[in-house]
Write a protein that binds this ligand. Sequence first.
Ligand code: ADP
Ligand code: MG
Length: 359
Amino acid sequence: MQTLKISNAHQIIFMTEKRTELSDLGEFGLIDRIQQQVTLHNATSLKGIGDDAAIISAGEESIVVSTDMLLEGVHFDLSYMPLQHLGYKSVAVNISDIAAMNARPEQIVISLAISNRFSLEAVDALYEGIRAACESYKVDLVGGDTSSSVSGLIISITAIGRAPKNNIVQRSGAKANDIICVTGDLGAAYVGLQVLEREKQVFLTNPAMQPDLEKYEYLVGRQLKPEARMDIIHDLTERKCVPTSMIDISDGLASELLHLSKHSRLGVKIFEDKVPIDHDTYETAIEFKMDPITCALNGGEDYELLFTIAPADYEKLKNHPDIHFIGHMHDNPNQNVMISKQQTLVPINAQGWNHFKGE
Ligand code: ADP
Ligand code: MG
């Protein structure tokens, strides 16, 4: 058995030796490093770190497990995020990772750290939203943990889902010439966040001003009340289409495309004019002097699904009103590009959210 060497307390506290900033690695670099250092001991652990959810063998079926943490001040701002919505959203973002495996969610567990700034009524409001999400996704809240907190509210949710073994879809299964599909529309949640941030600033300078959000209802709704696309998972099953690879869009289309490219060891080629952007997103991005396609590529929190299908499956999906075909996979993993509306070749770079840099 391996034993751990315990350093003395002085070393632990001051860590006087080499120091590398986490921002040098970024979130994905850090996860890669953790993954490289981990060995799996059980044959039932079919897939560990590296996908939207872990895959655990359960006979003819597989269980998928995913966890996500939401921190006050990092992932949400309670000055414009009602607690009911926060409860709903924290479940939805976890269900989205289960959807991204082409599985069905069945259970969640919730860990809560909560400071004395919050009342019982506040916790009730949060759980009202959590229960609403459990109802709409038909999942059962089966446990969790509760702790006090010195830094506001922290919600960590783990979701568990299930699917027949052969239906599970990973990030790594795409083949050259597979068609890249995306659901819904992109960039709205990010633009919605900009609207909310602007209104917050207006309110802080003049508390008598009540925000008029009617014009931005769709965008704000996409930020405050995202839905996991379980409806798409049902439609795919109904149409007997199993994607070859899939991921949910939490960090922005560009970042997720690069994950598919890396894991499938292929390149992606997409077309700007095929990327779905809602009219309100487009207009409001311009109002904020932002490029709408940049919001779609690098804005986060859309929770749409990005997946690839074999060309032979195109017929099954081509009439789906909410699935868009934006490009294809190709052999060169080092060439991830977008063909712009002006027909120029634009390299796809991930900006995503780098929490360590405080973005
Ligand atoms: P997502 O955006 O879909 O939630 P993440 O980028 O958070 O996915 O995580 C990617 C992979 O890394 C997942 O398999 C996740 O379980 C794993 N992971 C993330 N953070 C850690 C960590 N601190 N320790 C171990 N695994 C982690
Ligand atoms: Mg995910």
